[in-house]
Design a protein around this ligand. Sequence first.
Ligand code: GH3
Ligand code: MG
Ligand code: MG
Length: 345
Amino acid sequence: MAGNKNKQDLLHEISGGRLVGGALSQLANYSELFSRMSEGVFLLDRNSRRIMECNPAACELLGLSENQILGKELSEVMKLSPEEEPALSTALEQFKTQSQYRFQHELEWKNEKGSQFFFEVTATSLKILDYIEVVQFIAKDVTEVKRAHRELREMNEVLRKLSTTDAMTGLRNHRYFKEVLAAVHDESQKFNQHYGIVFIDVDHFKKFNDHNGHPAGDEVLRKVGAILKETSRSQDLACRYGGEEFVVLCRGSTLEDAFTHAELIRSTIAATVFPFGEFQPLGKVTASIGVSAYPESSATSFEEVLEKADQALYHSKEGGRNQVTAYGNTQSGSNGASSITKKSA
Ligand code: GH3
Ligand code: MG
Ligand code: MG
C-alpha cells in the first residue's frame, strides 16, 4: 500500500514538471535521442579520437554520408581554419585524462564547396557502460543566426549613419554634434583637456535665396560644407547645425588654436568663388564666425560653451560680418572675467 502511494506521488511530481534531470529523463532512450536530435552528434573514441558513430543530423551538417565520416578524425571531415584546428585537437586531447572535461566553443568551418559555416560545439565525456566512455561531440549550426545578427548590426549602423547625417551636405547633423560634444566635454573635464567650438553662419543668406532662388542657395550650403570638410583636421568634427549654420568641434584645441582654425575657414569661404556671389551685400559670399573654448570661455557645461560661441558669433555679425570673434578671458578683463575678445577681420 505504502509503495503504491509513493509511486503515485512520484508520477504526480513528474507530471507536475517538478522533477528535472530525475526519473523521467532516466527513462529516455539514448539511441532514440541520438537519431532524432536536430544537432549533429558525433561519438568519438576517447583515445584515438576517431568517429565511432554519428547521427543523421551530423551527416546532413557535413554534407557527407555515414561511410565518409566513420573511422575518421573530426579534423579530417571538417575543414577548420588553421587557427581553430589546434584548439579542437588540444581540447579533445584533454578527454584522455579528464573524464569531467567539457569543451564549448564556436567553430568556423568551410564545407566541400567552400561555403562558410559557424557551429556552436560542445564536447563532453559520456559513459555508455561501466567500461566504455566516449566523447560526445555536439555541433549546432548557428550560421543563419550569425548571418542575421551581422545583417542586423550592419543595418543598424547604416540607420544610425543616416539619422546622424545631413543629406544635403553629407556632414554630420545637429543631433550627432550634440552627442559628441557632450562626450568630449565630459572627457575634457575629467582629464583637464581643451576643446574649441567654431560657430559659422553664412552672411545675408536670406538675400541670396531671394535674389538667386532656393536651389542656388542649396549649392552655396553644399560648397560651404565641402570647405569645412577640406579644412578639417583629423581631430575636428564639422557638422551642419541647421539652416545656413555650421559648427566645427575642435577636439584638443585651445581657444587660440580654434580661433586660428576659424580664421582659415572664414578666409577660405571669402576667397571661394560662388555663382552669384558678386551680388551679395559684401560683394561675395561670406560667413561670420564665433569661437569659444573649454576651459578658456569660463563655461562649466557644454551648453554654456556653445552659447558663448553663439554670443561671439553675434558680435561678428554686429561688427560688420565676414569676421571671427572669440569668447574668452581677456587680459584687460577685470579679475579674469570672461568677455568677448574680437580678434579678426
Ligand atoms: P545674417 O547675415 O544675419 O545671418 O542674415 P541671413 O539672411 O543669413 O539670416 P536669416 O536667419 O535672416 O536667414 C537665413 C536664411 O537661410 C533663411 C532661410 O530661408 C535660409 N535657409 C535655411 N535653410 C536653408 C536651406 O536648406 N536651403 C536654402 N536654400 N536656404 C535655407
Ligand atoms: Mg542664421
Ligand atoms: Mg545667416
